[in-house]
Design a protein around this ligand. Structure first.
Ligand code: PLP
Length: 474
């Protein structure tokens, strides 16, 4: 492909690295570039296009991390030979592409416990700004805000979310496709009621997010465990085990809890399966904003040409879970069905918090807060990892992660993670055993630990020492 055809423009308002990334992605998915084709080196492309090397590097990094490109060191960079046959453009339909009781219910309505999962840094939330927005909103909201709210969510917030997703997650959607919900489970409930029936079968990542799994099982859906490996959900095994499943719930950007991204070949395989079977993909994009290396990966939804992906995001990690606000993006042809069902459900609740989040996003506080949190979490993760290495030595192996707000540490000895967590819980520690997040048994035990609320190295060290005592006792 002649690089002159890349057609980059500074006038589009889209960062150049993102344009470059998209052009290459289009060239690959449209077949202009084939698996194994060589692409120019960062240096020669930067000089040919008159760009900074860092700009080209950033685009290449995303393409490599998503599996489009493969870096071969001195041999240069090529389009990944593992991509196999890709769907032609506009040809998405062609051959193209039992309830488990939670042993550790989340601590609710009390102060954060050491290692508690799923909590952002509560001490770093900009409360002054929040209070100012609340005061102004209370004074200015008109009488329309005192009538019955739109069950699909407060319109300015739906618009702010649509804009944010377009810029940050590569998702092109209108605000009508966005439904504000009461947490992630509110989104799942809306999907279940609108598109699924009791007894429907779905794939669930193994291991996978325990609370959503329990919610779906209690709602009468049948979940088939589909293992995850280093490329994320094993789509081929899913097809072997339950080819006719009606839905799949997946965490493509940062698998919960293992942390890997779903590779591009698997993304395409999953979309292809869903298109052929007319099945639904629920994309849970719960913490994509927090990555320590490179940019957040674009959402699976950004590749969804056939309208099979129901995209969900939450404000629990980026703001705080007490808000109980999440969102669902539905394919355009499904909007009316969802609107109709939303009319019969409780919806996301009061307008005031929704209006405050809309202002928070529109006035730039959201983007600032995320930038600040990325740096903060990288430091806080370091506090916990250092404390674990220093205190536990060989007993634990911390899994490297590109992002997120929890750490996964594997147990080295033949130690039961459940026994260890039981002993640690008795000491007031709120970590989870990896085994409890699995649907099928596996010998590999591990510990899941939140770190967002360790403000200093000392704050991380004290509970890790308690954990060491629990390890000796379990
Ligand atoms: C994997 C995963 N998905 C989604 C969520 C968001 O849930 P909610 O919006 O109910 O807080 C979480 C929160 O911890 C999570 O860990």
């Amino acid at each position: 492909m002649d690089v002159k055809h890349l057609k980059l423009s500074r006038k589009q308002g889209v960062p150049i690295y993102l344009q470059l990334y998209r052009r290459y992605r289009e060239a690959i998915t449209s077949g202009k570039l084939r698996p194994g084709d060589r692409v120019p080196s960062v240096r020669s492309l930067a000089s040919e296009l008159g760009l900074a090397r860092g700009t080209v590097e950033m685009a290449y990094q995303i393409l490599v991390s998503e599996g489009y490109f493969m870096a071969r060191g001195a041999a240069g960079t090529v389009v990944s030979p593992r991509l196999g046959t890709l769907p032609e453009p506009g040809d998405a339909k062609a051959p193209a592409p039992p309830a488990h009781a939670s042993p550790h219910p989340p601590a609710m309505g009390i102060e954060a416990q050491p290692f508690q999962l799923g909590l952002p840094a509560l001490d770093a939330f900009p409360r002054k700004t929040w209070a100012r927005l609340a005061g102004r909103k209370l004074r200015t909201l008109g009488t329309a805000a005192m009538t019955y709210p739109d069950p699909a969510g407060y319109e300015p917030l739906r618009r702010a979310i649509a804009t944010y997703l377009g810029i940050s997650r590569g998702i092109a959607c209108s605000h009508r496709q966005v439904f504000v919900t009461a947490g992630y489970r509110g989104a799942l409930e809306l999907v279940r009621r609108t598109l699924l029936q009791t007894g429907d079968q779905g794939w669930y990542e193994d291991p996978g997010y325990i609370l959503a799994r329990q919610f779906l099982e209690r709602a009468g859906l049948r979940l088939e465990a589909v293992p995850v490996d280093e490329e994320g959900l094993n789509v081929r095994l899913g097809q072997q085990r339950a080819a006719h499943a009606r839905f799949v719930v997946v965490t493509p950007t940062h698998q919960s809890p293992m942390g890997m991204a779903l590779s591009l070949p698997r993304r395409l395989e999953l979309l292809d399966w869903a298109s052929r079977r007319r099945s639904w993909i629920v994309e849970d994009d719960y913490d994509s904003e927090f990555r320590y290396h490179g940019r957040p990966l674009p959402a699976l939804k950004s590749l969804d040409r056939d309208g099979r992906v129901l995209y969900t995001g939450t404000f629990s990690k980026v703001l705080f879970p007490g808000l109980r606000l999440a969102y669902l993006v539905v394919p355009a042809p499904q909007v009316e069905k969802f609107e109709e069902m939303a009319n019969h459900l409780p919806g996301p609740g009061s307008i005031l918090p929704q209006a405050m989040v809309a202002d928070f996003m529109e006035q730039g506080h959201f983007a600032r807060h995320l930038r600040k949190m990325r740096t903060l979490y990288a430091a806080r993760r370091g506090y916990l990892v250092d404390a674990l290495i220093q205190t536990m030595g060989e007993r634990l192996h911390v899994q490297p992660q590109a992002g997120g707000i929890h750490v996964l540490a594997h147990l080295n000895a033949r130690q039961s993670d459940k026994a260890l967590v039981a002993a640690a819980t008795a000491k007031g520690l709120a970590l989870h055993a990896l085994s409890d997040w699995r649907l099928r048994k596996s010998p590999q035990g591990g510990l899941l630990m939140g770190f967002a609320n360790f403000a200093t190295a000392e704050e991380a060290l004290a509970p890790v020492r308690r954990l060491k005592t629990a390890l000796a006792q379990s």
